[in-house]
Design a protein around this ligand. Structure first.
Ligand SMILES: *Cc1c(COP(=O)(O)O)cnc(C)c1O
Length: 712
């Protein structure tokens, strides 16, 4: 075989290409790009939690040049870089055709967290994951879009479970140079630094840009030498510290975010507040109008015409409230620019502006100052209207003041590498381009193009990969606790047993221990000789949520019971990587929120492409997605008078569904060992749900309904 000589110049170009690739999270939804970095150093790829920037820093220049002389590797790098470049330069995107008016004035999307990848831990849970997926789909659709958030250099905590089952929180320190971040600089190469007044202190901040395909997310950072120590700490932790840190973070995010956009010359046509944390941005927009000499009424109308708001939780504690004292301490100077006093400012965050007993609520501010507002599923939209109806005394029930757009997931980013390759083999390389096309999926899945053998092979691969991953994690935990890490782990979990996954924040309304409400039943199910089931859990409790930590401890105690040995497992440190293994490996995705507390829930949506089936209470997305044949329903589509009653009823329903429907169907095998009837349900789940519960559909909905100027 004649090998072509690769010139030094070609190698220079390839290295430049790799560096650019490492600094654009596009690679996180391109398996062939990830393969490059993994191949460079499989060890460091794992060690860095899949971080190409760290892999590139780790491999010496000499080694890299040498490796690129291998023509096969060189060709692979070149092909990926070419695909990446053509993605960046694509002209005929969905938005180019359907949202051209946003080109000069993009959508600015503010969110306190962005879950973009496991190596960039600036997210805590579902809200962050949603923002990350929103940005990725905005990129795929070619939507003119910028994200604004904070750079948390201590991130969200890493979770370790102590020997007695209690959650420990560790805060690593992240070095921006080891992350896919670039400091935002002006034309002369100096960092762009802005400031905001918080009480008596002028706080300075800079911004780090994260490239997410075609769009940028800007992360604001107060860790600057010109700030005092307290101010430097403002952006250190995700939702860290006390109320005064919290309000300072929200001032930086909202007010600081607008100032940074102005400083870098971006003029958005729409400001999308993803949750109330960023609602102070409306005050800054108002201040700009007042400085421009607009009368306050006109100024308010103008701000309102530019803002849209998405609320994310019916849990009252999930809505930030600040006392008058704290508002005064933070805004006493800022209000001068608005030409009002603190008492008048309080009115913006109160349902009844003059009620001095009301605290300042960020959700109220956001609702008052937005042209449109929405919840994240149909039920959540309705629940939110009820929750905030006092704000709408003239509401006539004709048109809800708070609408609904159901959340989705960025399916390409969630597909496990094995699943992604499997779909490419089944449907061709370009399957993802049809993600919103219901007919495409119906044809592809319900025709006999994909055989049951192939589908079952996919399930078997994904389940085995999860079991291996869980065992590896358990071994690490065992070693940390002083064990020898050998022996029993080979007997933990089975690659052939019906695997139930449960992973999410350990908020108590999600009811992680519901399966164990009748312990005798649970023991019988888990130890069944002919129809066994195994459970894998993961999730973090908020550092201040002791009730959630007790739930974790309860699950840990289950994993330690001798009569359940090897059947129940808890994987530490839930993150995007753990989530990907779980949503792909589980046959059944269990979701048991106490209705109607789960605004949407998205983890179940990640399982669909992998052939997992949802078993869920009638809350959030599942309430509108379930059609009787694409998974299973737990409990009624109603809410019981007491929590206790609701829990008993739902637990009973869960036991019945699992025992009479789920387990028998999974173990009903043909002569070939394949559960054909189970797979029929899997096919129906895929065909009916993939084209809807994805963020491409969701971002298109946002664009048509809320981002584009209203046709009047
Ligand atoms: C998807 C996901 C969530 C959100 O899960 P819900 O089902 O909406 O609770 C939270 N954390 C991580 C790491 C996720 O991947």
């Amino acid at each position: 075989m004649a090998t072509k000589r690769i010139s030094e110049k070609q190698i220079d170009a390839a290295i430049a290409g790799l560096r650019e690739l490492a600094h654009n999270l596009w690679w996180s939804w391109s398996p062939s790009a990830q393969q490059i970095f993994q191949e460079l150093s499989p060890f460091f790829w794992e060690h860095s939690n899949h971080n190409p920037v760290e892999v590139m820093n780790w491999i010496s220049g000499t080694e890299l040049r040498g490796r690129l002389k291998d023509s096969e590797f060189f060709e692979h790098v070149n092909a990926v870089c070419a695909t990446f470049r053509s993605y960046l330069n694509e002209k005929s995107t969905w938005a180019a055709k359907n949202a051209a008016s946003l080109k000069k004035a993009p959508v600015a999307y503010f969110s306190a967290e962005f879950g973009l990848h496991e190596s960039l831990r600036i997210y805590s849970g579902g809200l962050g994951i949603l923002s990350g997926d929103h940005a990725k789909s905005a990129s795929d659709l070619g939507l003119p879009f910028v994200g604004i958030s904070l750079f948390y250099r201590n991130g969200y905590f890493s979770q370790q479970i102590s020997n007695d089952g209690w959650q420990q929180e560790l805060y690593p320190l992240y070095d921006p140079l080891k992350l896919p971040l670039s400091l935002v600089k002006d034309k002369r190469g100096n960092a762009v630094v802005c400031s905001v007044q918080i009480g008596g202190t002028l706080v300075y901040f800079q911004a780090w840009a994260v490239h997410v395909g075609r769009v940028n997310v800007y992360l604001l950072d107060t860790n600057l030498p010109q700030n005092d120590d307290r101010s430097r700490e403002i952006t250190a932790h995700v939702y860290g510290g006390d109320q005064s840190t919290r309000i300072a973070q929200e001032v930086i995010l909202g007010i600081g975010g607008v100032r940074m956009l102005r400083a870098i010359g971006i003029t958005p046509s729409v400001f999308h507040m993803n949750e109330g944390h960023s609602a102070f941005l409306t005050l800054e927009l108002l201040r700009e109008q007042i400085v421009a000499k607009r009368p306050i009424e006109k100024a308010q109308e103008f701000v309102k015409s530019r803002c849209v708001f998405t609320t994310h939780t019916p849990v009252p504690a999930g809505h930030d409230r600040f006392s008058r004292d704290l508002m005064n301490a933070s805004f006493n100077r800022y209000v001068e620019g608005l030409g009002i006093d603190v008492e008048a400012l309080m009115g913006y965050g109160r349902i009844r502006p003059a009620d001095i007993n009301e605290t300042f609520c960020m959700t109220v501010l956001a609702l008052k100052m937005s042209r449109d507002a929405n919840g994240v599923s149909e039920l959540h939209g309705k629940t939110s209207v009820q929750m905030w109806k006092d704000l709408y005394p003239t509401w006539t029930k004709k048109e809800d003041p708070i609408g609904a757009i159901t959340n989705g997931v960025h399916i390409n980013g969630w597909a496990s590498p094995s699943a992604s390759q499997w779909w490419s083999r089944q449907l061709g390389e370009h399957w993802y381009e049809h993600i919103r096309d219901a007919n495409y999926w119906k044809r592809a899945i319900e025709s006999n193009k994909i055989s049951d053998q192939d589908l079952w092979a996919l399930r078997t691969t994904l389940r085995r990969e999860l079991v291996e991953f869980a065992r590896k994690r358990l071994r690490e935990q065992h070693l940390r606790h002083g064990g020898d890490g050998i022996g029993v782990y080979e007997k933990m979990l089975s690659p052939d047993v019906l695997t139930v996954g449960f992973a999410r924040r350990f908020a108590t309304y999600k009811r992680a221990p519901l399966f164990f409400r009748d312990m005798d039943w649970a023991i019988r199910m888990l130890n069944s000789a002919d129809r066994p089931v195994q459970l894998i859990f993961a999730g973090k409790a908020h550092p201040r949520d002791d009730a959630g930590k007790h739930f974790i401890q309860e699950i840990i105690n289950m994993t330690k019971r001798l009569d359940l040995f090897g059947k129940v497992m808890f994987i530490e440190n839930y993150d995007i990587n753990v989530a990907r293994y779980l949503v792909s490996g589980a046959d059944v995705w269990l979701n048991t929120p106490r209705r109607p507390m789960e605004a949407c829930g998205t983890s179940g949506e990640k399982t669909i492409l992998h052939g997992g089936l949802n078993v869920s209470t009638m809350d959030g997305w599942w309430r509108e997605a379930y059609d009787g044949k694409n998974g299973w329903q737990v409990g009624e589509d109603s809410t019981a008078p007491t929590e206790r009653e609701q829990d008993d009823k739902d637990a009973y329903s869960l036991r019945t569904v699992l025992e009479t429907d789920v387990l028998p169907l999974f173990y009903d095998r043909g002569k070939d060992g394949i559960p054909h009837k189970w797979l029929k349900r899997v096919r129906h789940s895929m065909a009916s749900l993939i084209p809807i519960y994805n963020t491409d559909r969701m971002v298109v909905d946002y664009t048509k309904k809320y981002y584009l100027p209203k046709k009047r």
